[in-house]
Design a protein around this ligand. Sequence first.
Ligand SMILES: Nc1nc2c(ncn2[C@@H]2O[C@H](COP(=O)(O)OP(=O)(O)OP(=O)(O)O)[C@@H](O)[C@H]2O)c(=O)[nH]1
Ligand SMILES: [Mg+2]
Length: 480
Amino acid sequence: MLSAFRNRNKACDTGNLKIRDDDHTPGHESLGRDEEDDYIDDSEIDELFQHQIPMVGEGDHRIFIVHPDVKWGSRKQYLTTANLMMAEAVGLVNTLHNWSVIDKIILSTKTPEKKMIFGKGNFQTLTERIRRTPGVTAVFVNVERLSPKEFEEAWGVKVFDRYSVVLHIFRCNARTKEAKLQVSLAEIPLLRSRLRNEVANLDQQGGGSRYIMGSGETLMEVQQRVLQERELKICSALQHLRRKRHLLRSQRKNRDFPIISVMGYTNCGKTTLIKALTGDAALQPRDQLFATLDVTVHAGTLPSHMTVLYVDTIGFLSQLPHRLIDSFSATLDDVTHSDLIVHVRDISHPETVNQKENVLNVLRNLQIPDRLLSSIVEVHNKIDLVDSYEPSEPNSLPISALRGQGLEELKIVVEEAIMRSTGKQALTLPVDLSSSQLSWLYKEATVQEVDVNPDEGSAVVKVIISAAAYGRYRKMFLGS
Ligand SMILES: Nc1nc2c(ncn2[C@@H]2O[C@H](COP(=O)(O)OP(=O)(O)OP(=O)(O)O)[C@@H](O)[C@H]2O)c(=O)[nH]1
Ligand SMILES: [Mg+2]
């Protein structure tokens, strides 16, 4: 996802949160049993997840999309064109079940920060056009956030901004505990502004600021407190799940499997590629934006039989609302700890060049180490959709993840890159079973396969081993 990404999560700063800390005992690694999950159970998460006021409403929507194109001034978008932004907005709407685009318009504005976004004349023209379009049930104004009240009054239908549409997609796609909690957290600011509006309305009727039931709190204060408690609860549950992931990550590291993060713009084919590389049937690529909301890890093998772990990540999107980024930022922690980044591009997309810029910008902002940034493997996916594809950039690998083209070449390149970045090598070693060679290898390297020859008391062992460890092995057992 994520434009203008910062590695931060203000909403979930743990400063004054109380978080159970009992899984930090040294040596605590028994994560197989789901004891941490008892901390917050499914029904509690479902309650947090369902308890929200429905933001965009259930059911069908026929959407009129308005994209305000900023013509000049500091707010002009340099990286994307208005057409890309509009195409993306259409893609977002089409991603949602039962939503369709009924009409769309790109309209210039010099004052996108003003409440009504457009000048008087443009706004009036727009209002007439929307009101003349039969069947419209909602308008999607493609800006990060807006306060919909005046628009809804003028147009007589529901009005959504990018935050509420993307959040609704996330909500529809959230499957795991962490994704559900992140969505619930991202909804809090919307609930806050809704609360402010409701209380303002009540105040107009003379009720909102009154103290209730002698409690010393106004209605506004009570509801704010409830929201804050809810936010703290979500944050602490999220922290808990993240610590669990952190432990899982260190376990993976201990077992020495190189980690490859597969990243790229949403819908570029990340999940399809990982599925093709690992044969993991559980992976479900879909022609949808944000089909993948969780970071998941899948094991695959490289040509030398080295086992690697591919991390499937949430996709990028230009101009993703900041608050949403905050809620989801920690899901990308894994990337900073990986050994290699594979950047997948949908080379058939008309805006593939802008998409690449966008992804690279976000990666630069992610505070990932330079060694990862300088070793990115760039993959040009969906070449089957491009007539007579000619590689446009050196050092990129043409593939079709869907058709399985170019995957063997990709694996070779990935393996070379992994060897470089980890300083490891995959070796096949003959081992004398009467010596301590095998147990030494188990301790100092990653043993991948042991092919025992009982008659000879020997074995052929495939290992992944660092240069330093192999040097010691040779000294100890081969005398060199
Ligand atoms: N023609 C063609 N389609 C592809 C290829 N790779 C992926 N697709 C299609 O592109 C769509 C998106 O694929 P995914 O693998 O879900 O993409 P993703 O990058 O994981 O998307 P998000 O998780 O939503 O960010 C699916 O309909 C895939 O079948 C390819 O090489 N060729
Ligand atoms: Mg995916």
